[in-house]
Design a protein around this ligand. Structure first.
Ligand code: GLN
Length: 468
């Protein structure tokens, strides 16, 4: 089979192509704002063996700025880490560079991955390539926007509660959230460690599959990583779908029906499943995620690295000022919530209870996958929303995480794909599979892609972009 990277191979070693590409990124990113840092030269410098035959030779890719790449900033979208330059490289990125891939830049995100719009970044604004007045989604909004606008062949993001799938859906690209532990988290700055996973944004199913195959695997530097093997075989041709009133915007509802009709016409059996625990996904997710975040973010004290206030009387004041001046309001809110649910004497009421519910959510999916081979559901109840009053506020955004957080809580793989373009904006749907069933996701979505390829945003159509 033809390599999915063919179109991009040796792209950066041909000086004419490279100049065209760099000029394009400069012009496009002035409008999109996907990158916090872009430097193809520095990226090329990380490739030690310039083997033009390597599958990723000269292929530009981008990395969410919460994943470490040596010599590049590692800001996490936060003022508290604004000046931090990473002394090491994440395993997933290391593996791509070893195949000749060129890490061209670090992409914008909601601070520490907390959000669904990328507007919670302290360091820049990212616009949706389909409509500049709308958000790119989040928290990996920069990664999804860079890929959608053809500024990188693919990009890495992280998905704790939907942060690869949701921006991919908003920007009209593919977004994979692998099985928990399938990809090493070494070099991924921790938000909520029991939910975090590095994922992939790309413009084709085969490229997503190829990147995943490179970055996956056990890593001695991450004890929770696993080899995974070849994964489960396709169980049957039954697709579980959600019934009842899902509270979707009309365009998303139409797209959900369109995908169901498509798979039915392909000979799949669609079966309505009852996910009894669905109402608990969001509260359980926000209890566990904030609890873990409050512990993970305790390390930013302003002492060893990161933002330092101009003046402090003593170490305690230094830390207090560094944290109150360095963190944004959403991050502070979550640290407070996390500390609240973990406080002594109240753990039974919130944190332990959330863990019991998480177990029940896992069991619910085991049951669902007893009958269905795959589950098809929306990614988000709306398309890319507007900024400001007409958009969604932080609380509404959290409630809207009700479809994506399930895969993280249960540790299962899920992948979003561009299902339709409605009113000039893409709509994404997602498949979920049993643990290590990524290949099942790729195979199912490939059928859809053959008929409805990745859409191209009208204002961003460089000649090297794939799709229709
Ligand atoms: N919207 C979710 C949150 O704010 C998802 C974040 C993520 O996956 N990093 O927590």
């Amino acid at each position: 089979m033809e390599s999915p990277f063919l179109r991009w191979r040796n792209f950066l070693s041909d000086s004419a192509a490279r100049k065209k590409y760099e000029d394009y990124v400069k012009a496009a990113d002035a409008k999109v704002g996907a990158f916090l840092e872009f430097d193809a030269d520095r990226g090329l410098g990380l490739v030690s063996d310039a083997n033009p035959g390597a599958d990723l030779a000269g292929v530009p890719f981008a990395v969410k700025d919460i994943i470490a790449v040596k010599g590049f900033h590692l800001t996490c979208g936060s003022k508290i880490l604004e000046n931090l330059v990473s002394p090491y490289t994440a395993t997933a990125v290391e593996k791509l560079i070893a195949r000749g891939g060129v890490m061209v830049g670090k992409t914008n995100l909601d601070e520490f991955g907390m959000g669904s719009s990328t507007d919670n970044s302290a360091l820049g604004k990212t616009n949706n390539p389909w409509d500049q007045g709308r958000v790119a989604g989040g928290s990996s909004g920069g990664s999804a926007a860079a890929v959608a606008a053809g500024m990188a062949a693919f990009a890495l993001g992280s998905d704790t509660g939907g942060s690869v799938r949701q921006p991919a859906a908003f920007c009209g690209v593919y977004g994979l959230k692998p099985t928990y532990g399938a990809v090493s988290r070494y070099g991924l700055v921790a938000y909520a460690s029991s939910l975090d996973v590095i994922g992939v944004c790309a413009r084709s199913v085969e490229m997503t599959r190829a990147v995943f195959d490179i970055i996956r695997g056990q890593d001695e530097k991450d004890q929770s990583s696993q080899a995974g093997g070849s994964g489960p075989a396709a169980k049957n041709r039954v697709i579980g779908v959600l019934g009842g009133n899902l509270g979707l915007d009309p365009a998303v509802d139409r797209a959900y029906r369109k995908t169901m009709d498509f798979y039915k016409a392909q000979g799949f059996e669609l079966r309505e499943i009852n996910l009894a625990m669905a109402e608990y996904y969001v509260p359980v997710y926000y209890t566990i995620a904030t609890a873990e975040a409050s512990a993970n973010l305790a390390r930013y004290t302003g002492v060893r690295y990161g933002y330092r206030p101009d003046y402090a009387e003593n170490p305690e004041e230094l830390t207090r000022k560094a944290r109150s001046e360095g963190f944004g309001s959403e991050v502070k809110l979550r640290i407070l919530l996390g500390t609240y649910v973990l406080r002594s004497g109240f753990q039974d009421q919130y944190y332990q209870r959330a863990h019991k519910l998480r177990e029940a959510i896992r069991a619910d999916f085991d049951k669902a996958f007893g009958g269905a081979g795959l589950i098809l559901m929306p990614v988000f109840p709306t398309q890319a929303f507007l900024r400001g009053q007409s958009g969604l506020d932080q609380f509404q955004q959290k409630l809207a995480d009700r479809f994506t957080t399930a895969a993280n809580l249960a540790g299962l793989p899920a992948m979003s794909f561009p299902a339709a373009v409605e009113d000039g904006l893409p709509v994404g749907m997602q498949f979920m599979a049993p643990a290590f069933g990524e290949a099942l996701l790729f195979d199912a979505i490939k059928l859809y892609e053959a008929q409805f390829p990745c859409p191209v945003p009208p204002s961003y159509k460089p000649e090297w972009i794939e799709g229709s």
